[in-house]
Design a protein around this ligand. Structure first.
Ligand SMILES: [Zn+2]
Ligand SMILES: [Zn+2]
Length: 179
């Protein structure tokens, strides 16, 4: 089984955590895990000392499509969070997940290491898309009028939406004449 990311190195068994087996590439530090094993680990029946074998280093993100080390199917990429470039790769046919070097630590830092199946779900992915769209809209406004004014407008909008006479206030705001 060759590494799906750097392709030259062969994968070797490794424990990602105590009781969480993985097939790891010792060159790029990526590893592939089976979601079934992952769920068993997450249930947490087996406890022990968590292995801190991998010091936190630079996190890699393979940009090219990754082929599952087990069945050679193309793996699908799933974002973890808005604003984070790293994506998880999932093999739809055998339920294996590829983690690039450092991505497991990144998941831990984001408090997501126990949420891998959730990250791979449609609701999670569409919520990231929604947040990214809204961040883009805000960024466009910031580019146009500056962050300070955007903040003022956000406060004004929040105040207006809670105002008992918001329609009246809006009319007042947009009156052409100076009363
Ligand atoms: Zn590799
Ligand atoms: Zn596969």
């Amino acid at each position: 089984m060759n590494c799906p990311s750097c392709k030259t190195n062969s994968l070797r068994p490794k424990k990602l955590e105590y009781s969480l087996p993985a097939m790891a590439c010792f060159k790029c530090r990526g590893c592939q895990i089976d979601l079934l094993n992952y769920r068993v680990w997450r249930e947490g029946k087996v406890t022990g000392n968590e292995e801190l074998s991998e010091p936190i280093q630079d996190v890699i993100d393979t940009k090219h499509a990754v082929l599952c080390a087990k069945c050679k199917s193309i793996m699908m990429k799933y974002k973890m969070k808005e604003g984070v470039d790293n994506r998880l790769d999932l093999c739809g046919s055998c339920g294996e997940v590829w983690l690039d070097g450092g991505e497991w630590k990144l998941l831990e830092q984001l408090n997501f290491s126990k949420l891998v199946p959730e990250i791979l779900s449609t609701p999670w992915q569409s919520s990231i898309k929604k947040k990214e769209i809204s961040n883009n809209i805000e960024q466009n406004y910031i580019d146009e009028i500056g962050a300070e004014d955007v903040e003022k407008i956000k406060k004004l909008r929040a105040w207006l939406s809670e105002h008992p006479k918001s329609a009246f206030v809006k009319n007042m705001l947009f009156r052409e004449d100076s009363f």
